[in-house]
Design a binder for this molecule. Structure first.
Ligand SMILES: [Fe+2]
Length: 396
């Protein structure tokens, strides 16, 4: 995030001595893209290389579901059970080489610390609030927040308060869209949010206890455990441009028009070969002849996943809170029969949804198969989109 931040104590010049009680602190440059990207500089009580024991490495196992038929999909996630913690409880729905999309409803507090060493993370908090404890300080979060966590950030969710989250993980950088920024990184006047809407860590807490702590590192498509004999949050100060932050979806200023505005007007983040968009309550198209619902479109080289957060989604039938639709590449989609006619003259929408468009095909997990609602692909078939359940053919 191109905002300079500073917490705790740092020396007046980088790469110079900083001491605490006579102890020379260890400086760590925490940088992206070698030494050419954004970076922060952290000052540790203990060398961050210090490890008491290298634990087990566990490769990530993904059970893939390869449907026989290529079709639109609808997954029902409202009733998924709570399990695991805020990291181990993540259940992958779909993935490709650019992004992995998971749901998480944790049942227990995190014991170990976690660091994603091979990916940026964006966690959309549908339900819940709390504090993300990080090496950069405490980051409070609340319902509707996107929590943006740069790779390499050691963190732990502070408690086990009930949460329902949608988790995006990417080996590429997840950033604010480039077209929203000027040459200096500042968000432009036409951007739907401003730096003031970005919330960095509040308070840096420095821990000097010498007890044993486990850090789980995600790396090389697996999880590597390390045992430390000191608390990993031993930073007395840091400054720079890399840190976790939150942005609340309610602070996204929707862009409306006289006639229909296309999905890129809802873009919130850019990733490597994917985008994340926020569909927020807004006034609808005001031309007397406007059709406010999306036109049918063929995502010829992209896949479109939408997570429905709240409100009525006017262009979709049979969708409920927690629904996820996946409109895959190569086939068109649009409002079901009857919905366009019904929408004429409607002046506003209260929908809230998070969309991820990927530019490479997504693979599905067997966990997603268990949430699949098989009638969805045929919901354009009946004149009103409603087919008696007994007549719904089975989708392969
Ligand atoms: Fe679409």
């Amino acid at each position: 995030m191109p905002i300079y931040q500073r917490r705790g104590e740092v020396p007046p010049k980088r790469h110079t001595q900083l001491r605490r009680d006579g102890l020379l602190l260890t400086e760590e440059v925490f940088g992206l893209e070698g030494f050419s990207g954004n970076e922060s500089i952290l000052y540790h009580l203990t060398s961050p290389c210090r490890i008491k024991e290298i634990g087990k490495f566990e490769p990530i196992q993904r059970d893939e579901w390869v449907p026989d038929g290529h079709a639109h999909r609808h997954f029902l996630t409202a009733d998924i059970p709570a399990e695991g913690d805020a990291v181990t409880g993540r259940k992958v729905l779909m993935w490709n080489n650019d992004v992995e999309i998971a749901m998480c409803r944790p049942a227990e507090a995190m014991g170990d610390f976690y660091r994603n060493g091979e990916g940026d993370e964006v966690i959309f908090v549908h339900e819940g609030s709390g504090t993300l404890e990080t090496i950069f300080g405490d980051l409070p979060f609340r319902e509707g927040d996107y929590i943006v966590i740069p790779r390499g950030t050691t963190y732990r969710f502070a408690d086990a308060a009930p949460q329902r989250c949608l988790v995006f993980t990417s080996p590429g950088l997840i950033e604010t869209p480039r077209r929203y920024r000027n040459a200096y990184g500042q968000l432009l006047e036409h951007a739907p949010y401003y730096q003031r809407d970005i919330h960095p860590p509040t308070e840096l807490k420095t821990y000097d206890d010498r007890g044993e702590h486990v850090v789980v590192l995600r790396i090389k498509d697996g999880y590597q455990r390390y045992l430390l004999d000191y608390h990993p949050f031993d930073v007395v100060g840091w400054d720079g441009y890399v840190f976790p932050w939150t942005f609340n979806i309610a602070d996204f200023e929707p862009i409306a028009g006289r006639i229909h505005m296309p999905p890129p007007s809802h873009q919130t983040f850019q990733g490597r070969n994917f985008v994340i968009c926020s569909f927020c309550p807004r006034k609808l198209d005001w031309d007397p002849n406007a059709i406010a619902l999306p036109y049918h479109h063929s995502n010829l080289n992209s896949e479109e996943m939408i997570y429905y957060v709240s409100g009525n989604f006017g262009s979709r039938r049979g969708i409920e809170v927690g629904s996820i639709t996946l409109h895959p590449s190569g086939i068109p989609h649009g409002p079901q029969p009857g919905l366009v006619e019904k929408s004429l003259g409607v002046t506003e929408t209260h929908e809230l949804a998070v969309m991820c468009d990927t530019f490479n095909p997504l693979r599905l997990s067997s966990w997603a198969q268990g949430l699949d609602e098989p009638g969805y692909a045929y919901s354009w078939y009946a004149p009103e989109g409603d087919i008696p359940e007994s007549e719904i053919p089975t989708i392969p």
